[in-house]
Ligand binder design. Structure first.
Ligand code: FAD
Length: 409
């Protein structure tokens, strides 16, 4: 009988399985599809060592009005999502007050700082160096006004968290990215971060490594989870698969399962879209077009254009208005070519109101462990928070109490 069931084979679940296996546990990784097919597939592929400060809710009046009246492309919302999401939104607004955000960032920076070092041995052991570029990524500004306005903040972050930052003017950026068709004001080149040209394939490669080391992946629906005395089990085609511990790592789906056990998780799901393009030019490094809320990532499947956040009900059909504008913005920048897919992909960033993932023991059930809520940086942080969770499960010590799910109760 296995020691642990890990529910969810995204970057967070796969990393959990590997970390527990490294501690000598027999682990079964459970998913209804194959590893790395959901949010861990659709992201921008950045391993963001520079993301020391998590995305805060805009607090100044001008930015708030911009969001409310949908003037920017970085945020969109559906009115019918608000009855369900107003509590997490309010919590997010509260946690984003500058003093609180600084305290949260102190914890967040401890995670992002070690993210590349935690990925490195897995990348090497999985034999997927070819998917990784260790040259950072750029935040680009078109207008001199916006660029000048953002410089002080970028320099402050670099100084405070000891991050490597190169501030590039328009000419330097044009030389570094010859495919750019327009002249831009400049860019911040964050050098500590890495990028991956196929995030789904990296997640799958980590799962293959887990299997090669003796682990097992089982297809099953996690919603069949039950507790029977000291054991946890899920339904599989031949009966029930049981273990003493269960880790919930279902990303944005985690709250749906946990409702069954009486937990009402205030998760804010920030939907994002992407689409690939082929037949045009490309960039050397991923780039964020800040004023247009568009991320641009060269990938194996094509040139991936991604959007910012949309607050929508989990079950509503896609409304890719941000995607249309992101594509327009990308076409202004490079020869984009033609779309690969008939429709854009969409998925949800699983965000907690206080911007910190839930990592640790469930407040009211023994041997039930939470591992989700990584928001904008789950692809970055999977191996890091997996190491922290494995330490808690094995030793009973809580390495970072501020990540504990007990803060919900
Ligand atoms: C547009 C966009 C861009 C992003 N860019 C970045 C980036 O550049 N860098 C970064 O670090 N992060 C990025 N993120 C965030 C990142 O992708 C997520 O935080 C991360 O992928 C979450 O991983 P996860 O393993 O928790 O969830 P997922 O990858 O969604 O995995 C959850 C798994 O649970 C499974 N599952 C769900 N329900 C069930 C069930 N009932 N039974 C069995 N299995 C089930 C799913 O099949 C899935 O495999 C981005 C997100 C988006 C949307």
């Amino acid at each position: 009988m296995p020691d642990v069931l890990v529910l969810g084979a995204g970057m967070v679940g796969v990393s959990t399985a590997l970390a527990l296996q490294a501690q000598g546990q027999e682990v079964v990784l459970v998913d209804r599809t194959s590893p790395g097919h959901e949010t861990s597939y659709g992201n921008a592929g950045l391993i963001q060592a520079e993301a020391a400060e998590p995305y805060a809710f805009p607090r100044d009046f001008a930015s708030l009005l911009r969001v409310i009246f949908k003037r920017g492309n970085d945020v969109n919302y559906h009115l019918d999502a608000l009855p369900d999401q107003w509590r997490p939104l309010l919590g997010y607004f509260h946690a984003s007050a500058p003093a609180r955000h600084q305290i949260i960032s102190r914890s967040y920076a401890k995670l992002t700082r070690r993210s590349t070092a935690d990925h490195a041995p897995l990348i090497a052991a999985a034999g997927v160096e070819a998917l990784i570029k260790r040259e950072g990524f750029r935040k680009m500004f078109r207008s001199v006004h916006e660029f000048d306005h953002a410089v002080d903040q970028a320099e402050r972050v670099a100084r405070q968290y000891d991050l490597a930052l190169r501030i590039m003017d328009g000419a330097e950026l044009a030389a570094a990215e010859p495919a750019l068709k327009i002249s831009c004001a400049g860019a911040f080149h964050w050098l500590d971060s890495w990028s991956c040209s196929d995030p789904g394939a990296l997640t799958q490669a980590y799962a293959d490594l887990f299997i090669a080391r003796g682990g097992r992946v089982q297809t099953a629906d996690a919603s069949s989870l039950e507790q029977d005395g000291r054991m946890w089990s899920v339904g599989v085609h031949w009966g029930r698969l049981a273990a003493r511990h269960v880790v919930v790592a279902l990303g944005p789906w985690s709250p749906l399962l946990l409702r069954k056990f009486g937990y009402h998780i205030p998760m804010l799901r920030k939907r994002g879209y992407h689409r690939h393009y082929k037949g045009g030019t490309t960039l050397n490094l991923p780039m964020l077009d800040v004023e247009n809320g568009a991320a641009l990532s060269p990938m194996r499947a094509g040139f991936r254009v991604l959007t910012g956040a949309e607050i929508a009900r989990f079950d509503t059909p896609p409304t890719p208005v941000q995607m249309v504008r992101a594509e327009q913005a990308a076409r202004e920048l490079i020869d984009l070519g033609e779309p690969v897919e008939a429709e854009p992909w969409f998925g949800n960033r699983p965000c907690m109101p206080d911007m910190l993932p839930l990592v640790g023991a469930a407040p009211r059930h023994k041997n039930l462990w939470f591992h989700f809520g990584h928001g904008h940086q789950g692809f970055t942080l999977g191996p890091t928070t997996a190491a922290l969770l494995a330490e808690e499960i094995i030793t009973g010590q809580v390495p970072m109490p501020e990540l504990s799910p007990k803060r919900l109760s």
